[in-house]
Design a protein around this ligand. Structure first.
Ligand SMILES: [Zn+2]
Length: 310
């Protein structure tokens, strides 16, 4: 029996798991630190893989990692939490050491792939997956294929420009959808409104998070409610654009911010209807929450290795 190793590289930890064919329940797993201030990340990754390796006959390794990266060459270009990986040939190093093929793609693409294969997107062939948390990431399945693009940089949906004069995005550009609707962007808006003199129960809080704003909104705080209305409004504009490009049958939302529910999704759906160029895009369009939670990256890496591996 040939097994698959899946790797999920996160901000603080790397998770490694070993899967039997046709199973999504790991038979062995391991965690190791990926923290920026501790060098030797690659060596820790290699050891973690070795520790699950002995439990089966492995035919391929799949990896989900924050980008930017090049999935075609398996190179990490630069990843914010691991500064020692600059133009780092990750799959080449792993293939050489373990003598099996290794495959890499970014974490949002992998979460989208996992939702398609094992989660909320099962049975669909045209999927737009969005994760809304500290940033906004996208993954697209189009006509039964994972969209990667010529340079492997396709489906960066969080960096679609909504307003060129809008707020500064995490990437340095202005007015991307991430700069309106990510968790930190929602919090930044509330802080700015407080500074401008708006009254709110959040006044006087040292640090304001999207979760706190959600609690305040549920308690009826007008500024907090308006912050999610604004985020949902802009998200609706962005997704109307995605409908025009990809014409999906399902929209899947992952990430912490999407768990606030109606606070975000009511204004989102209203804005989506308003900005979609033709109502036919909305016929039988499923709008749903991601099903796989924290395992999405790992399961996407598994699906990638099974899809591309021997
Ligand atoms: Zn951006």
């Amino acid at each position: 029996m040939s097994h698959t190793v899946a790797v999920d590289i996160g901000g603080t930890h790397i998770r490694v798991a070993l899967y039997e064919p046709d199973s999504v329940t790991p038979i062995a797993h391991q965690r190791t630190r990926s923290l920026a201030n501790e060098p030797g990340v690659y060596d820790r990754l290699e050891k973690a893989i070795e520790s699950v390796w002995k439990n089966g006959h492995v035919r391929a390794i799949g990896i989900a990692s924050p980008g930017p990266l090049d999935p075609h060459t398996g190179t990490i270009l630069a990843t914010p939490n691991i500064p020692e990986w600059q133009n780092f040939p990750l799959t080449a190093r792993l293939s050489e050491h373990f003598n099996v093929p290794a495959f890499l793609d970014n974490d949002a693409n992998m979460a989208g792939l996992a939702e398609w294969q094992f989660g909320a997107g099962r049975g669909h062939e045209n999927i737009v997956y969005l994760t809304i948390s500290t940033g906004i990431g996208g993954g697209v399945i189009t006509q039964g294929c994972l969209l990667q693009g010529f340079r492997g940089m396709g489906a960066e949906l969080g960096h679609m420009t909504i307003d060129p004069n809008g707020p500064l995005c995490g990437c340095g550009q202005r007015g991307h959808i991430e700069s309106f609707s990510s968790g930190p962007s929602i919090a930044r808006y509330v802080k700015e409104e407080l500074l401008a003199g708006k009254r709110s129960s959040l006044q006087g809080e040292a640090e304001i998070t999207a979760a706190q704003i959600a609690d305040a909104a549920r308690a009826g705080d007008a500024l907090a409610i308006s912050a999610f209305e604004r985020a949902g409004y802009y998200l609706g504009i962005a997704v109307a654009n995605f409908l025009a490009i990809f014409d999906p049958s399902v929209l899947i939302f992952g990430g912490g911010v999407s768990q606030v529910g109606d606070l975000l999704f009511k204004p989102f759906e209203e804005s989506l209807r308003k900005h979609t160029f033709h109502p036919h895009y909305l016929d039988n369009l499923v709008i749903t929450r991601a099903a796989l939670g924290d395992d999405a990256g790992l399961l996407g890496a598994l699906a990638l290795a099974r899809m591309k591996g021997p």
